[in-house]
Design a protein around this ligand. Sequence first.
Ligand code: ATP
Ligand code: MG
Length: 250
Amino acid sequence: MKVLVCGKGGCGKSTIVALLAQEMAKRKYKVLVIDNDESNIGLHRRLGMTRPKDFMNYFGGKKILFEKTKEITGKWELDNLPKEYLSEKGNIQLLSMGKIYEFGEGCACPINALSSRILEILDLKNGEFLIADTDAGIEHFGRGVENGVDSLVVIIEPSHDSIRLARKISRLGKQRGKPTYLVLNRVNHESKKLLLESMDKEKVIAAIPENRDIFMSGLAGKELNVSLEQIKQIADRLESEKRKARSNLP
Ligand SMILES: Nc1ncnc2c1ncn2[C@@H]1O[C@H](COP(=O)(O)OP(=O)(O)OP(=O)(O)O)[C@@H](O)[C@H]1O
Ligand SMILES: [Mg+2]
């Protein structure tokens, strides 16, 4: 099962990626978190890990990444990923695709191209779960980062911009044949009702309230240690969709 988490800036993508990774690890999956946000600086902390080495350096760095990416072929298994580029805690591993380090060093396109390739060639076995965190917005779609995943999870905070972006991503998902699920974040009774009125209810798989423990751990840059019913709902839904997809195979 490979899932790409996307949405507007600051809507809660990285938080939900970390919480879902923890939930799937509790369910005994071997979890790979792919950090595909070149501006992310704290995902490892949310997972209680040290920062992994930048995977683009495995291929010789950003300047030659486009060329090197073309040479990545075949199928890779999670067990074949170079250990020195993975941070690890329990059943969760974290791989960081690449970061922008300096002003004027150019765009994130080579990093997205690498992610797109890696997401495509990783061949997951039963009991393995891959979840990719993305940068804000939809630029990564321009490089086809979604090609290799089974489904998209769009996080929506209560704002008009967030709703509009979610609609756009849902359309992109439909064009690409990727099931798209919506998760409302930081909602109360009133905002949840309003959001549900303005989108396809069938696609909404969870509505997460404002949570003080999440907020405080985000403020302190600490490992998330929160058990939420809504995260279990997301995990249940992804598992059941995967089972359905598998039973439809010829
Ligand atoms: N349900 C919630 N309750 C309280 N705080 C939350 C909740 N969800 C996220 N936050 C807080 O909101 C902030 C932004 O969350 P997060 O970093 O996960 O967003 P993001 O979408 O990954 O942002 P970016 O676009 O910068 O990558 C963090 O400080 C996080 O702790
Ligand atoms: Mg983030």
